[in-house]
Design a protein around this ligand. Structure first.
Ligand code: ADP
Length: 219
């Protein structure tokens, strides 16, 4: 445990809670902070340490020894002012790696300018996933690499079952690449051109938006 990274998560809303509990389950030491007493009490069994504190206050942050943490996640959502002030104080205190949740692109740009090392957009990312899943219930997950490029995890379209990867010619037709095939408990990576799709396969595909969309729309 000693040489493992130490994490602090500020703001125990839905996003912060999920980050903190996951890190704790992975065996990391996690300090969780929230200004609301009831959140702190509810959380006392879930992570290594929980404290009640208003992180917009520099002295409070400093007293918590926040600069000794390797990574601090700012998960304050609704209160943009508190989110920005906290990020700024963390930067000034010299925290090595700051991850901050942004509400929108403008907010995100501001955080980047202030020196946040990573800006995350959980609502936007989830919105994209849900939209792709609405277009096709075959879509299980979607990750945007750039506005034009993504990775999608999709159930094999019926039209492809029984054909080999080479026969489907997805690279030429849709300009997409199948990087892995999940088959029951096995992950075939990278799949050979001779690999034949079976009914329950799940494909992990990288490619442009248009190609991915065409794959999603295949019945
Ligand atoms: P989510 O959308 O992820 O649920 P919320 O904005 O609802 O996020 O929750 C953010 C959490 O951050 C709340 O529990 C709130 O009490 C906490 N919070 C807000 N301002 C501060 C602050 N200045 N210092 C510490 N925690 C704060």
């Amino acid at each position: 445990m000693k040489n493992k990274k130490q994490y602090a998560v500020i703001g125990l809303g839905r996003f912060g809670t999920s980050v903190a509990i996951t890190l704790h389950k992975m065996g990391y030491e996690v300090l969780a902070i929230d200004s609301r007493e009831e959140r702190v009490q509810e959380f006392s069994d879930e992570v290594t340490h929980v404290v009640q504190a208003d992180t917009t206050d520099e002295d409070t942050l400093s007293a918590l020894g926040i600069r000794n943490f390797d990574v601090v996640v700012v998960a304050i959502g609704e209160d943009i002012q508190a989110n920005i002030l906290t990020t700024l104080q963390l930067k000034e205190l010299g925290v090595p790696y700051i991850v901050t949740k942004a509400k929108n692109t403008l907010h995100g740009k501001m955080l980047e300018k202030m020196g946040a090392d990573r800006v995350v957009y959980p609502e936007r990312d989830m919105g994209q996933r849900v939209a792709h899943n609405l277009v096709s219930s075959n879509v299980m997950d979607y990750i945007e690499l750039s506005p034009e490029l993504g990775i999608v995890e999709v159930r094999v379209p019926k039209a492809l079952v029984g054909k080999t990867l080479a026969e489907t010619d997805l690279r030429a037709k849709f300009e997409i690449n199948v990087v892995a095939i999940k088959r029951e408990e096995v992950v075939i990576v990278p799949p050979l051109p001779s690999e034949k799709f079976t009914e329950r396969d799940i494909l992990v595909v990288v490619g442009g938006m248009k190609g991915i969309q065409r794959l999603e729309e295949l019945a």
